[in-house]
Design a protein around this ligand. Structure first.
Ligand SMILES: O=C(O)c1ccc(O)c(O)c1
Ligand SMILES: [Mg+2]
Length: 632
């Protein structure tokens, strides 16, 4: 597969874009004309640079508003085109993208457009180049790839073919199966872009919200399957117009882009008949459980106090590092004070269990995810570790499921309360990590979604928006089908809300856990009285039950599948805990309760200290960079 990327996807100067593309592993680039026009490099210098980088110049784009025009305008359009062909000759680029006319077309006729494209083809072949005609989703008359192909077919010129762009096809809901009706030699170019499902005019959607494959909601696996079955073997190029990518470092964006394209090819090869020739990467399946969550801080005492109140037990101190383990059943929390000077408590890592951990490591590594290097002592378990795009470290461990396994690394912890083999639940029945709620700055959000799905093997779950006091928080759940691993991922609003992440622990009796914790001095996150009045109105709960919920600041949700009871601890630095109890087949997260929680946390932020006499005032995002990882 010849991979390519349009320079419009990346930030910086043309030379920076080309270097980033080559460094990320792309075989070629599409030169976006405005990037050349703005560059100080001559076309010859661009060509030489590409050669040095080993980068093919696959396409020159876009040439606009050519077809369907009056005779008089056509002459001018041919003149404009010829000037471009000369530049292309200097660049050494053989194909130009001509997108369907969006403004000057007056002739809604396939015959007229075909005759005009044929003239363009004549001119192009005189200059040794080819024309790839692309239907823009908002073209004046040509807005469907099937019509563009009809016109190309009618033009019947060897230098005239079509360019397929997944965005224009899928945004309009057009069936991509028709791609297989186009002879492969008439498909001159293929561009891929994903996008979130939005109801927005297609032009704004395309220019601002395109995403790399697997980050949005388009079915690019099926799309690419059709492309491969058509027999097309030319460049597969990413063309993603997106406000974020143009503002972030081109090296990181190019690496992300390449990873998404490789992951897409891999999935397509595995899922689409006839696409087996596409390159694959090792398969990892999906994780089967959460091995542990790691919380890091200069001093983890406050967090341990909360864990004790919640009924988890101290299982020991690591024999060679300032690292401690607390657990109950399969819920394991590692407290790490190593290399954590000046850091407030925060979620720093997550261990995921894979049945074939070697395959999982091979996959994550092959997809170019940066590794975390940790010093290992003799006799210690080596868990492969990688850095996720939003900064949390990801550990891969071998295991069949979280609740039944006893991780090998547990023996490295000494002098704690012993835990029997198997899934001995903690006091009051805390037995597993139910979910881990992570945050990502908006810049890395879509990339993190792809990391969890395309790399780690989680699936996209529901997507919502939660109202906080400081703005709407986009949230999407990434999970396994059985719910053994659930990661709700929230966008961190630009201003206002704290960067706090939380660990939700599953238990058998949340009211009992709350009662015990409060006896041990825990002050839960306060829930306003209005909430309970509203609960009564919504669900008609009995007085006794409602009183009991309120007494323990436990929140409640119910849907057709079951019921959900949960409460939150107060924040300790940048982390807090949630205790959840699922009844029946309830599969959600109490979405209606999230705004109540955010408002309560914001109220507490205004107070000098959240935790009785212990926590330092939490720092705001931007004031401190807790470690060498990307800022969060
Ligand atoms: O938005 C545009 O104008 C535009 C230009 C070139 C393309 O290939 C495309 O898909 C869109
Ligand atoms: Mg395009």
């Amino acid at each position: 597969m010849h991979t390519s990327i349009a320079t419009v996807c990346l930030s910086g100067s043309l030379e920076e874009k080309m270097e980033a593309a080559a460094e990320a592993g792309f075989a070629g680039v599409e030169i976006f004309e405005p990037d050349l026009v703005a560059s100080e490099l001559t076309p010859e210098e661009v060509r030489a640079r590409a050669e040095r980088l080993g980068l093919a110049l696959d396409l020159y784009q876009p040439f606009r508003d050519f077809e369907g025009v009056s005779e008089e305008l056509l002459e001018d359009n041919l003149r404009r085109a010829e000037a471009r062909f000369r530049i292309m000759a200097r660049l050494g680029i053989g194909t130009v993208l001509v997108c369907s006319n969006v403004s000057t077309a007056t002739e809604d006729s396939d015959e007229v457009s075909a005759a005009q494209l044929r003239r363009l083809g004549e001119l192009a072949s005189a200059h040794g180049v080819r024309v790839a005609f692309e239907a823009l989703a908002w073209g004046r008359f040509v807005d469907d790839y099937r019509r563009a192909w009809r016109i190309v077919e009618l033009a019947d010129h060897p230098a005239v073919g079509t360019c397929l762009d997944s965005f224009h096809i899928l945004s309009r809901g057009h069936d991509p199966a028709g791609i297989e009706d186009i002879p492969a030699e008439k498909i001159f170019f293929v561009q891929l872009a994903d996008a979130p499902a939005l109801s927005l005019d297609v032009l704004s959607w395309s220019r601002h919200h395109r995403l790399f494959p697997g980050e949005g909601d388009f079915d690019l696996v099926t799309f690419l399957g059709h492309v491969v079955r058509s027999g097309y073997a030319g460049p597969i190029s990413l063309e993603v117009f997106n406000d974020i990518f143009r503002q972030t470092a081109s090296g990181a964006t190019a690496a992300q882009a390449h990873r998404t394209l490789v992951a897409l090819a891999d999935r397509t090869a595995r899922e689409q008949a006839g696409a087996e020739a596409l390159p694959t990467v090792p398969a990892a399946g999906h994780p089967v459980g959460v091995d542990f969550v790691e919380v890091r801080a200069e001093n983890t005492t406050d967090v341990e106090e909360v864990l004790d109140q919640l009924g988890l037990s101290f299982r020991g101190q690591h024999r060679s590092k300032p690292v401690r383990l607390w657990s109950a059943g399969g819920a394991r929390i590692i407290l790490n004070e190593q290399h954590a000077r000046g850091e407030r408590p925060h979620v720093a890592g997550m261990g995921l269990l894979y049945p074939d951990v070697d395959a999982a490591e091979a996959r994550v590594s092959t997809l170019g995810v940066p590794r975390v290097t940790r010093r290992i002592q003799a006799g210690e378990h080596r868990l492969p570790a990688f850095v996720s795009p939003q900064g949390v470290e990801l550990f891969l461990a071998a295991g069949e499921s979280d609740a039944t396994g006893r991780p090998g690394w547990i023996d490295e912890f000494e002098h704690g309360v012993p835990q029997d083999e198997g899934a001995e639940a903690g006091e009051a029945g805390v037995y597993a990590v139910d979910h881990l709620n992570l945050m990502s700055p908006w810049e890395t959000y879509d990339e993190t979604v792809h990391f969890c799905t395309g790399v780690l093997g989680l699936q996209k779950g529901t997507s919502t928006e939660v109202a906080s006091l400081h703005g709407l928080v986009r949230s999407r759940v990434l999970r396994t089908p059985d719910g053994a691993v659930r990661v709700p991922l929230n966008v961190l609003p630009a201003a206002g809300d704290q960067h706090t992440e939380h660990v939700a622990l599953a238990c058998d009796d949340v009211l009992a856990v709350a009662r015990r914790a409060q006896r041990r001095g825990m002050r839960p996150l306060p829930v306003p009285r209005n909430y309970y009045d509203d609960l009564e109105a919504r669900f008609g709960l009995t007085d006794t039950f409602l009183r009991s919920l309120r007494a323990h600041q436990v929140m409640y949700d119910r849907d057709a599948d079951g019921e959900f009871l949960h409460f939150y601890t107060r924040r300790v630095g940048g982390v807090f805990f949630e205790l959840v109890q699922r009844l029946g087949d309830y599969d959600g997260y109490g979405a209606a309760d999230a705004p109540i929680r955010l408002a309560a946390q914001a109220r507490l932020d205004a107070e000098p200290s959240q935790l009785s006499g212990s926590a330092r005032p939490p720092r705001r995002r931007g004031r401190s960079v807790p470690r060498q990882l990307p800022e969060w």
